[in-house]
Design a binder for this molecule. Structure first.
Ligand SMILES: [Zn+2]
Length: 454
């Protein structure tokens, strides 16, 4: 319901917009879009306020569906450079085991700020580290997201298969199945909002086949079903992982996923690279979604997602920046460019257009999160918007403004609105002292390195 006492704002005549029949702009009341305006028309609704968007490209707020916020503390980490996934993880697990609560708080604040400044309005995080000092990790993340006013889907990740049982992570970062399930239930009951316009949602996310026991996968799926929350994990990211599944479970990754009851439209997977034809069919038929993470896949040399075959089979594709130790940035608009270019290497230029990249990062990502109220500029949707100006050197001489954002390499939104509220103006987060945040965050990162090498 829109409160009729809320002021009505017209975001007027954008230079370009990623939506149909909306060249005259968009009308907002409360947290929703109440009218879209055709070219040359004025709103039918009585307007209280107008924002002149004639120098801006207007997009639905971008949606990031895979991240690990805490990894902003270990960007370009010397011991992890130039490695592929398994050795990279082994170099970092022991560092991450030392993360303190205040470090998680500031890394969450920093990652969310970076995302917001790049036009992202909804972010999902996959937090799977719960060493003894960090058992309330998700509570900390909820607090940080609320401070910034960002929409989040925080996934309660988990690791239960340590080195001594044949898993990849050290024992110091794994928990028991009982601890994980009871905390998952507590978090859903405390924070998960299943209403339209929800700002905080919880999903369940055992980390990966090589760090989680079979029992935990099965029981997590049952818990997700019981509370009607979504399921997320990493799958088919590397050939090492496929070998691990064959050796440990005698199954390929998708067969393993099926064996633990995860082949459903409740599930979205990060990466989803190494699938054969039958596996793609099976995932599509069951409505399993895939979050494509192009930069991370290039950085760790993991491979290229079969996005179009997956879509054709029935899977939804969305985008994610992935954690900030394998990107090492949290820039969502830049990630669309990466997705477009990486996917062109597989499918050619005519099949992977800039519109395709926008679709993946908006409607596609929203659907991965099970949301129909975001990801689109249309009447009745949440007023989550990103506006970009083309007044930098990089855009000069460009002609198609929507294409230019990706082709010329946009980095920063000029304005961002979430649920009808401006959060970014003139390229700055309202109320934030950016240099103070950088200083607090980089000090935390230094301290973590000291703790890890002590
Ligand atoms: Zn990841």
């Amino acid at each position: 319901m829109v409160d009729i006492n809320e002021p009505v704002i017209w975001i007027k005549n954008p230079a370009a917009v990623f939506a149909q029949n909306c060249e005259g702009g968009v009308v907002i009341q409360g947290q929703k879009i109440i009218e879209i305006v055709k070219l040359g028309h004025s709103p039918k609704t009585q307007i209280d306020d107008t924002y002149d968007a004639s120098e801006s490209v207007l997009l639905p707020g971008l949606i990031n569906t895979h991240h690990h916020f805490y990894q902003t503390l270990t960007r370009a980490y010397p011991e992890a450079l130039n490695k592929e996934l398994f050795p990279w993880l082994k170099s970092l697990y022991k560092v991450w085991a030392n993360i303190q609560p205040e470090m998680l708080a500031v890394s969450t604040e920093l990652a969310l700020s970076e995302l917001l400044l790049s036009g992202c309005t909804t972010a999902s995080d996959h937090h799977y580290l719960f060493p003894s000092q960090l058992e309330n990790a998700i509570d900390i993340q909820v607090e940080e997201a609320q401070k910034l006013g960002m929409r989040v889907v925080l996934t309660r990740g988990s690791m239960s298969l340590g080195e001594k049982d044949g898993g990849l992570p050290p024992q110091s970062v794994v928990q028991t199945k009982e601890q994980i399930l009871s905390d998952s239930e507590r978090l859903i009951k405390t924070y998960h909002d299943n209403q339209e316009g929800a700002m905080i949602q919880i999903a369940l996310a055992p980390c990966s086949p090589f760090s989680v026991t079979t029992d935990l996968m099965i029981e997590t799926a049952a818990l997700a079903e019981q509370y009607d929350v979504r399921l997320h994990t990493h799958l088919a990211e590397t050939i090492d992982e496929e070998k691990f599944c064959l050796e440990k479970f005698g199954l390929r990754t998708v067969d393993y996923l099926e064996s633990v009851g995860w082949l459903s439209d409740r599930t979205w997977l990060a990466h989803g690279i190494h699938f054969n034809k039958q596996e793609i069919e099976k995932l599509g038929q069951n409505g399993v979604g895939i979050c494509h993470c192009p930069t991370s896949n290039m950085m760790l040399a993991s491979g290229i997602c079969h996005s179009l075959e997956l879509e054709e089979a029935g899977s939804i594709i969305g985008l994610g920046v992935d954690g900030s130790a394998s990107n090492d940035g949290s820039n969502m608009i830049a990630e669309l460019r990466q997705a477009m270019y990486l996917q062109r290497l597989r499918y050619g230029a005519s099949k992977i257009t800039h519109q395709k990249a926008y679709d993946w990062a908006t409607k596609g990502s929203a659907a991965l999160l099970g949301r129909s109220d975001i990801g689109e500029i249309a009447v009745g949707k949440q007023a989550d918007l990103a506006l970009f100006k083309l007044d930098e050197l990089r855009f000069s001489g460009s002609h198609d403004s929507l294409a230019a954002l990706l082709l010329c390499g946009a980095q920063k939104a000029d304005r961002v609105m979430i649920a009808g509220q401006w959060k970014v103006m003139d390229g700055k987060i309202i109320g934030q002292d950016e240099s103070e945040l950088i200083s607090r965050h980089s000090n935390a990162a230094k301290k973590l390195r000291q703790l890890a090498s002590a």
